[in-house]
Design a protein around this ligand. Structure first.
Ligand code: NIG
Ligand code: FE
Length: 412
């Protein structure tokens, strides 16, 4: 299979050398080729250039992209896409005045989703999740991280990991699984949290590691969920099996999770609706990607991540959807890019860097995804006709995408 996309108005995120992360001021640069072509063979980007050099190709498919923009697919590094049922009742409760925390205290929230998922068969969870994943592919997601965390028993967490790994095998896009058993304390362990932690550290982590069904470990480090000591206990147990942390920190309270994550070489620290100077200091010089989740702030009406402070300190930033039934029931990454510009005050160039190359970095896959580079995976988006790429965030909540290419295949 070979595809030539020609007459591209703007080809975005073109890197001659294989860049794997973009930080600080460099995030303002988005390398662009005008009046360009892109040549793909099988699942790989083979060549690109300006139209005056577009010679010698004999592709099976030619796409004329006159007036359109082509860019790498969105890399969504933080989702909870596998779940069962929904939490629309809680959505209405919040409109009527309850907070996310009030709902959780009543046994709703994550525990509500866990109850439903535990009682749903693996095949049904898979079908529901695959439908959602296909919706996201159509909206431009080409690589995605998916967490567990609605199982909260050894069996149900493993069931979630099996579903995520089946999506990884059977879907065309790149799926990265993460074990998030420490997402909430199950009802039956309310008075004995230590026993639940022991279950995670002594039974679940060794089992998941042995089955080789996750490379990443996550913890919801937050008041009422898991404190710093408990988070560290899990990271320590996971380290024995070389599981790398990608953790939920600073959503409602600052507990010191950023520095802890950095100490354990976290691939990413995510949420960061609150952030202080110590957090920024801890991130400087580290390999850890800060990840903002603007859809969650939008949907819950909580503060937005102070992204300017992060980037203006010279740090990198990724943005992700946080797609989940409770705090962000949308996986539309084009909307995330818009919201990052409108609410986090990222420039369009910074937002596109955050949603492509830096998102890929936060999943540990930026050597193969996130830029238009020879040899990288051919996961690309062709937009509708646009004035220029800045229309992508400007026309917020519109769908800028006309055609998706996944692994070198036209999709659908
Ligand atoms: O990233 N904050 C913790 N976890 C999810 C929400 C999960 C839920 O409400 O179901 C989040 O926002
Ligand atoms: Fe999350």
């Amino acid at each position: 299979m070979s595809i030539l996309i020609k007459n591209i108005k703007q080809l975005l995120q073109v890197h001659e050398t294989n860049v794997t992360i973009v930080k600080g001021d460099a995030m303002k640069q988005l390398p662009i080729l005008e009046n360009a072509y892109l040549y793909i063979e099988n699942d790989t980007i083979i060549e690109y250039g300006t139209m005056d050099n577009c010679e010698g190709f004999e592709p099976e498919t030619i796409i004329d992209a006159t007036g359109k923009v082509v860019l790498p697919s969105w890399c969504d590094s933080h989702t909870h896409l596998v779940y069962s049922g929904n939490r629309v009742g809680e959505f209405v409760d919040r409109i009527n005045g309850l907070s996310y925390e009030d709902i959780a205290k009543k046994g709703g929230g994550i525990l509500n989703s866990a109850k439903t998922l535990q009682n749903t068969s693996e095949d049904i969870i898979y079908e529901q999740s695959l439908n959602r994943l296909n919706d996201l592919i159509a909206m431009g997601t080409g690589a995605i991280e998916i967490k567990t965390g609605y199982g909260l028993t050894v069996e149900a967490e493993l069931k979630m990991l099996r579903v995520i790994n089946r999506l990884k095998r059977e879907s065309l896009i790149k799926v990265t699984p993460t074990l998030l058993a420490a997402h909430a304390v199950p009802e039956e362990y309310k008075t004995n949290k230590a026993a639940y932690l022991k279950l995670i550290t002594d039974e679940l982590i060794p089992k998941a590691a042995k089955l080789k069904i996750t490379k990443y470990i996550d913890v919801f480090c937050e008041k009422g969920y898991f404190n710093i000591e408990e988070t560290e206990r899990i990271l320590k147990a996971a380290e024995v099996y070389s599981l790398v942390p990608k953790i939920h920190v600073n959503q409602f309270n600052i507990l010191g999770g950023v520095a802890l994550g950095v100490n354990y070489n976290a691939k990413s620290v995510d949420h960061l609706e609150l952030l202080n100077k110590e957090d920024i200091k801890a991130l400087k010089g580290s390999e850890t990607m800060p990840v903002a989740l603007p859809n969650c702030s939008y949907f819950l009406g909580i503060p937005y991540t102070p992204a300017r402070d992060i980037i203006d300190s010279g740090l990198p930033l990724a943005i992700a959807s946080d797609f989940n039934p409770g705090s962000a029931p949308s996986g539309n990454m084009s909307f995330v890019v818009s919201t990052a510009c409108i609410k986090l005050r990222l420039t369009p160039e910074e937002a596109i860097n955050a949603a492509t190359i830096n998102g890929a970095y936060a999943m540990g896959i930026s050597n193969m995804y996130g830029s238009i580079t020879r040899g990288k995976k051919a996961n690309v988006l062709i937009t509708k006709p646009l004035n220029d790429y800045r229309d992508i965030p400007y026309y917020f909540a519109h769908n800028p995408i006309e055609q998706v290419i996944v692994n070198g295949q036209l999709w659908p």
